[in-house]
Design a protein around this ligand. Sequence first.
Ligand code: FAD
Length: 551
Amino acid sequence: MTAIIDEQNTATAVTDFDAIVIGAGFAGLYALHKLRDQLGLSVRVYEAASDVGGTWYWNRYPGARCDIESVHYSYSFSEELQQDWEWSERFAGQPEILLYLNHVADRFDLRKDIVFDTRVNSMVWDDDASLWRVGTELGDTVTARYVISGAGNLSVPKTPEFDGVESFRGQVHLTGNWLDENIDFTGQRVAIIGTGSSGIQAISEIAKTAGHLSVFQRTPNYATPIVNGPADPDVISAVKANYAQVREASRNHFLGVPYTQVQPSALAVSAEERRRTFDERWNAGGFQLFIDSYQDILFDKNANDTIAEYIRERIHERVNDPAVAHLLAPKGYPYGTKRPPLETNYYEVFNQDNVTLVDIKTTPIESITETGVRTADAEYEFDIIVLATGFDAMTGPLMKLGIVGRDGLKLSDKWAHGPRTYLGLTVSGFPNLFLITGPQSPSVLYNMPLAIEDHVDFAAEAITYMRDRGLDVIEATLESEDNWVAHALEISSKTLLPETDSWYMGANIPGKPRICLLYVGGAPAYRATCDDVVANGYAGFTLDRAAVPVS
Ligand SMILES: Cc1cc2nc3c(=O)[nH]c(=O)nc-3n(C[C@H](O)[C@H](O)[C@H](O)COP(=O)(O)OP(=O)(O)OC[C@H]3O[C@@H](n4cnc5c(N)ncnc54)[C@H](O)[C@@H]3O)c2cc1C
């Protein structure tokens, strides 16, 4: 039990823990370390999985890997950790990232405060005692002054839109909930449904051994080369020699990576120069084509057309059958308005005899049957079906927490028409709750470990600020929330994102409000705003004592 002591040294409330953290991925692990080891708070973490890792625990499908270079896609909070850890590849695969997160858990002795195999399903704010009552599926309830949600943005796989999955007599695997690394595809008739980032990674791998792989594609994606390989020792030493500056440069970049070659406008240069730039970035790999070529591609349709056309041309060069290339080349929506997948040999896979592309835009899937897949015009038989059908992104994991704020207000009701937050981190009516990389923050448009550290640090500083002043409760005002929502939507409306049905817009889930779920103003502008809020004594928040002190 933890007594919260005010300035007069009288206990104002008693809680089981100072803070509850949801999730043991990048966010939950760092939140536990920060709050417990640096602030000295009592902290409990609840994690639905049996071990740490979050995304990298649940996504063990073949080909799963990060698409931001590992020297950047990693924690920056410990100089010793970032110096000690050795990445074996430029873009680490899932097993190595999971190993890294296990190392972090062990190195900072985190496991002892994590309760695994336990899903939080209710969180109710008790206004009289100014605390959260956090309930789990196992039926127990604990109290805490603060809740830090590290429940993730991509941790609730989407329920398939078609019927019959349970009736299939073969194996069904979901990329977003894939725990078995040893599925053997050798000689099997395999279907994969979905060609988003996960699907594209999995297709390249599964095609190596499957007897036959049928790829069911609704919307083709603008996939570009990742250019992965063994970590370059020279690059690693250069980064390690200047890690602090590298991280600073990352934090001052739109996407949180220290790229420096972006140019103002694709339309301000000649076609030849543009082509040269695109070729260089294409060959360099990673997200360099996306965010290190021209600044206006997410904002100006004409600029976007130039890069979209470039990618289509490159796809046609790589696919032998022009009809298949035509189907694989995305049209009708701007590049970058869906999360751009990165690939290795993805387009070449469709030149293999054991791979077929099935266009389910024109002939949609009607159902999964006992033996395979039925589309509008054909029946297919399979041994294994892989569902790469994406996630209920950003809001899905939060909606499942059963959050009830002041005066019985449910988060699900408050967000019935889309998320409403202040800074993508807090919600009016839901005091002392911090949503790490929540909706309307840069989150998935930012290098996530850094986005996570920024948010956890914000929460920890706010808690420290209050503790120092004998305060107990922090809450966003309705006005600041209204302004933030309007600001986030105004920025997104100036980009091309709203033109496309994507999970960024909530459009992949039937019935989900169609609204931009991200702050698209870039990480540097966002961080500057958060810094101003802190510098101005938590502008836009009310800070208070507990409502009814308990002696
Ligand atoms: C395949 C894949 C590749 C990715 N690659 C990149 C990349 O290259 N770069 C990048 O920046 N981002 C990438 N991401 C995004 C990735 O999710 C983040 O980078 C990061 O791992 C998120 O960490 P997190 O701790 O916030 O959430 P998660 O890693 O999703 O962890 C959340 C944890 O919370 C637990 N949880 C959720 N709800 C509850 C509950 N109610 N009760 C108890 N536990 C709960 C979950 O079980 C999960 O373990 C990728 C995502 C996927 C799916």
